[in-house]
Design a binder for this molecule. Structure first.
Ligand code: NDP
Ligand code: OXD
Length: 257
């Protein structure tokens, strides 16, 4: 940011702001605004629904059977018995939690500050983290990347999940300790993962995730900013900033999101 000495406001072109906060020359006291947009929220929920349902309805196993010409029904799974845990109950986490609940899944969420939500079990902070994890057959990460959440998807976390759990990471690559995921898949502690974000993006050509049969990879596309959808809120933020008015969706730099 040191290239821009006359900044009045910084507007992220995405929902996350970790790339901005990481700047060692970030000027203090300049407000940072992030995008909160229906088009981002609905894309994210669609992506997670797709990932949850392909796991829950055993699509990969059926695809393998198809390639072998096998006609064989697998044991059906009862949706009401399948608990999906959402790490982060913010704009995106809340939307997918409600949509999964509507579809009949048992849903729980984890956040930093207390929440009370209809039919969604809410867990709070580090004290309740293990309890939250203990029943998650599917774990979805929708946390912002902060010093507190970096590396949170690690061996300790995986070992607190029920055996054979499924991981969906759509937040940031640095939430995941990639080596720990490979080990958890090898040991059977996790049965698979759907990953949209990676420690290094683009994912290096020789990375073991590419060819891993239990990992689905997408190139950071879970929720992409659609310029026409978000332009009005960017214009509004600029106008408000110039008019000295209160800005929406500002970032609290001290908490990191
Ligand atoms: P929000 O800021 O609205 O929500 C963040 C949630 O995480 C809040 O519920 C917050 O708790 C919780 N949280 C933060 N820190 C902690 C902590 N230490 N312990 C427990 N809970 C914590 O963010 P969004 O829902 O809008 O977005 C989440 C992230 O998704 C973004 O930061 C971005 O990294 C990622 N993203 C990825 C995209 C992709 O294409 N893959 C696209 C868009 C976003 P509380 O409610 O108590 O504050
Ligand atoms: C975002 C992203 O944060 O695209 O919006 O990851």
């Amino acid at each position: 940011m040191e290239k821009f000495p006359n900044l009045n406001v910084i507007i992220s072109t995405g929902a996350g702001v970790d790339h901005i906060l990481r700047d060692p020359n970030l000027p203090p006291d300049i407000p940072i605004v992030r995008l909160v947009d229906e088009s981002l929220t609905s894309q994210m929920s669609e992506y997670i629904l797709l990932a949850v349902l392909q796991y829950h309805r055993q699509l990969i196993a059926y695809k393998t059977q198809q390639s072998q010409g096998v006609w064989q029904g697998l044991s059906p799974r009862n949706t009401a018995n399948c608990t999906v845990g959402i790490l982060g109950l913010g704009v995106l986490g809340l939307d997918i939690a409600q949509k999964l609940k509507m579809m009949g899944f048992s849903v729980r969420g984890w956040s930093r500050t207390p929440k009370v939500l209809d039919n969604i079990n809410c867990f709070l902070g580090e004290e309740e983290f293990k309890l939250f994890l203990s029943e998650c057959e599917i774990l979805v990460c929708l946390l912002p990347l902060t010093p507190k959440t970096e590396g949170i998807l690690n061996q300790n976390t995986f070992s607190a999940l029920p055996q054979g759990a499924y991981l969906i990471n759509v937040a940031r690559g640095k939430h995941l300790v990639e080596e720990d995921l490979l080990n958890a898949l090898k040991s059977g502690q996790l049965s698979g993962a759907c990953l949209d974000v990676f420690q290094i993006e683009p994912l290096p050509k020789n990375h073991p995730f590419w060819a891993h049969p239990q990992i689905i990879i997408t190139p950071h596309i879970a929720a992409k900013t659609i310029p026409a959808c978000v332009a009005p809120q960017i214009i509004e933020a600029i106008n408000k900033s110039q008019g000295g008015l209160l800005l929406k969706n500002t970032v609290d730099v001290s908490r990191g999101y």
